[in-house]
Design a protein around this ligand. Structure first.
Ligand code: UDP
Length: 257
């Protein structure tokens, strides 16, 4: 092999993903209450995003709106209105995240699924890819822009359009468990799962539309705990932690540490 040429990766070795879409739940911006805006929630997420970029990957972020309104939980409003308000909530979250990132000298741009010229440019895949290639964090607001969907589905869709090689779903739990670890002490964390297993067992990973999109397009997904500072960057560097969902399950479930 010529000097300076790259060694081929050993089988099973971790390859750092080049472009990643990080799905963050709005609840995390709400901090411990999960509602509204909390400085510590915003700070945690901005640090995770800046750290992930520091790990050398291009980062697109789909931010949810669960700290403000979730269409399915706002039964006092017609669904279409509730979903519209939920999507607008994601725009507020994206603007707050941009401000937090810029205060960390991490350049970021907000693209919205619907027109809001005063606050953000309209999302187009080519524009999104160009901003990522420039090294900006891309904050995606407004989900898909369509009602009756979630930001999980929007995350899978945008990851495909933006040519991301990995989708990371950041949650408050360190992966996917065989049962609710808060209620069942014997619950086991899966190191990896196949898409089919997630769908067949209806494991609470992402909504089923999102999983189906990942499966049909071979997009790998990792579920990580984003409340642990630095967890996203650590995963990008080492490939360790969380639960990986892909075409083939690689390992049996592990006992909870
Ligand atoms: N939403 C929507 N279409 C989308 C994405 C989101 O109508 O493509 C609405 C929906 O009401 C949803 C809310 O926006 O409940 C907030 O998004 P989500 O529940 O996915 O946020 P998260 O739970 O991730 O914070």
């Amino acid at each position: 092999m010529a000097r300076g040429a790259r060694q081929p990766a050993a089988p099973g070795a971790h390859r750092r993903p080049r472009r990643v879409l990080l799905k963050l739940s709005g609840e995390m911006i709400g901090g411990s209450s999960g509602a509204g805006f909390a400085a510590e929630g915003l700070s945690l997420l901005a640090d995770q995003i800046a750290g992930a970029r520091g790990a050398g990957a291009e980062i697109a972020v789909m931010i949810g709106g669960g700290n403000l309104v979730r269409g399915t939980r706002a039964g006092f409003l017609p669904r279409a209105e509730a979903d519209g308000i939920g999507m607008l909530g994601t725009l507020m979250n994206a603007l707050a995240l941009r401000a937090a990132l810029e205060s960390r000298e991490t350049p970021a741009a907000v693209l919205s699924a619907f027109a809001v010229p005063r606050f953000a440019d309209l999302y187009r895949p080519e524009l999104g890819r160009a901003l990522l290639a420039e090294g900006r964090v891309l904050l995606l607001a407004g989900g898909t822009g369509q009602t009756h969907l979630t930001t999980d589905t929007a995350a899978a869709l945008r990851a495909l359009e933006l040519h991301c090689t990995l989708l990371i779903k950041a949650t408050k739990v360190d992966g996917v468990y065989s049962a609710d670890p808060a209620r069942e002490p014997g619950a086991r964390r899966f190191a990896s799962l196949s898409y089919e297993e997630v769908l067949a067992r209806r494991l609470a990973v992402m909504d089923l539309t999102a999983i189906t999109l990942c499966m049909e397009n071979g997009l790998p997904l990792v579920v990580l705990n984003a409340t642990t500072p630095g967890s996203v960057a650590r995963y990008l560097r080492s490939g360790r932690g969380g639960t990986r969902v892909g075409a083939v399950a690689r390992r049996a479930p592990r006992r909870r540490a």
